[in-house]
Design a protein around this ligand. Structure first.
Ligand code: CA
Length: 284
């Protein structure tokens, strides 16, 4: 029930590493600089092409914020690899008691749930919806402020994970969006696809067949769980169609005591959607 995060020391080490390797001081790691950071490692721990995973500059190169985010993600989903690379990269075990001082193990989630608040810094949000419901655009909007800069090809294909930070009552929290790709409508979700800190169920307001799927998902997996859920109507700038199901989204949310559906469109990229998800994860 616990998760792993970079401690303050771990973050400081990785930020200093970035600054040392950002030779031209442009605030981003070019492919050459990226290669140099990992020159002492057998292979880089992740691809230099991380513009779909973290915030980057206009050229698609990770900024310092994006760099720290990428390591936060690494530490959350695959701790052994973070520890392995901290060793390659020279995390100093003489200045620090041991390598584990780069890592913080959080309190068990069930205690957070019982107290209805958590002091974690990193939260996992699962983004669930039918193919074509608008999940990809939503994940991209989390990393890119001005969606007009994106071309069509940027909106096709998605990484499984993306991460950025949000401010929750003035505190910086990192939110990982995991795109749960559903191939077949009737495919059951695995427990690992359900369990998360906050769930974002996405439907397309202009597609009458879109809501029923997430309504079923909600009832089957989330209604009895303690996981906070936010229903999001994507393509919020389109004409809203009546959904082919018994309860319309707003009625459904009312019945299950959920926040009303939040509308999202890439034309009016409102950061408050992500802040809401971060807040719900922090105060489950
Ligand atoms: Ca640079």
């Amino acid at each position: 029930g616990s998760s792993t995060e970079l401690s303050h020391r771990g973050q400081q080490f990785l930020m200093a590493l970035f600054e040392r390797n950002d030779k031209d001081n442009d605030g981003a790691l070019s492919p050459d600089e990226f290669k140099r950071v990992f020159s002492a490692c057998p292979t880089p721990p992740f691809s230099s092409d991380i513009k779909r995973t973290v915030a980057t500059n206009d050229k698609g190169w990770p900024t310092q914020h994006g760099w720290v985010c990428r390591w936060m993600l690494q530490t959350f989903i695959e701790l052994p690899k973070t520890l392995e690379y901290l060793a390659y990269l020279g995390f100093n075990v003489h200045e620090n008691e041991s390598q584990t001082s780069a890592i913080h193990v959080t309190r068990e989630r069930r205690i957070d749930l019982a107290k209805k608040q958590s002091s974690r810094t990193v939260y996992m949000c699962h983004v669930i919806g039918m193919k074509g419901a608008g999940k990809t655009a939503l994940c991209r909007a989390f990393l890119v402020d001005d969606m007009k800069k994106l071309k069509d090809k940027d909106l096709r294909g998605n990484n499984q994970f993306c991460i950025n930070s949000v401010l929750v009552y003035g505190q910086e929290k990192y939110l990982i969006l995991r795109d749960i790709d559903v191939r077949q409508v009737l495919d059951p979700l695995q427990p690992s696809e359900v369990i998360c800190d906050v769930s974002c169920l996405v439907y397309d307001i202009s597609d009458p067949k879109s809501f029923e799927y997430i309504a079923r998902i909600y009832i089957k997996y989330f209604a009895e769980s303690k996981i906070p859920v936010l229903i999001v109507g994507a393509r919020g700038d389109m004409e809203e169609k009546r959904q082919d199901c018994l309860l319309q989204p707003a009625e459904f949310c009312q019945k299950y005591k959920l926040l009303p559906p939040q509308y999202f469109s890439i034309k009016h990229n409102k950061r408050d959607l992500f802040t809401k998800l971060g807040t719900m994860a922090s105060f489950p």
